[in-house]
Design a protein. Sequence first.
Length: 284
Amino acid sequence: MKPIDVTIAIAVQILWAVGFTLGKPVVAHFPPLLMMAMVYGVTALCLARYIPRIATPFWRLFLLTSLIAPIQAYFIFSGLKGLPASTAILVLQTQAPFTVLFGWLILGERPSLLRLGGMTISLIGVAIVAGAPEAASSWWPLLLVGIGSACWSAGQAAARGKVLDEGPTLTAGIALNATPQALIASIFLEHGQIEAITSASLSLWALFLVFAIGGFVLAYSLWYGLLRRYRVDQVIPFTLLMPIAGVVSGGESVSLMELLGGIVILIGLSVVIWSKSPPPLRAS
């Protein structure tokens, strides 16, 4: 990867981490599907000038959006309610190997053993950062988060090879589809939407805008641009930086184990970044 693109990939993780750290009060106040509908609505408005440029067929974009917006949100947010934070961090990192797997199945991008090794090293680092996970109340929340992670991963692999648009245009198309999808899902699956909207303070709305513009408009525009230029197994491992970025952006003191885990994650990412792509599979 070019140094500028490595910088962009790291910047996206920081944008996500800072956005979600600042957005914690927003997530706690609004029903999750309603919040996603509002976030994608803001994203669609901010990127409205790209909407006429969308070249991906509507049905393909609609299905892609369903995977990475309302479906994954419903499973992940439902599962997170029954998981301690440390366990949730570990389970969400399954998005990285899931996406590499779907990249292989959907796109034929076979990962090299060296990249798989680098990803394994990074996952060990994530486990060190998260610490020994507390016991979950049952396996059901773990399963829900795992299903949601798999849905997001399948969508990322599809965004790599099954769309015709660049980063900002693809983000605009996804937002345009996700807004009504998440809103309809919220109407049928949630309650208290009107009360949440009318009771939100000005400071909460300001945090919401930071969360939407930084964590979605800007971050996903850059992210999907990277997915268009590079293989899945080159880009996705950067998501394993999220635990480090989350600790730093949260203003928490960094323990020795967290520092050690961060170093291990960076070692694994270095292996992924500098390893060569395997040759494409020859047709039989």
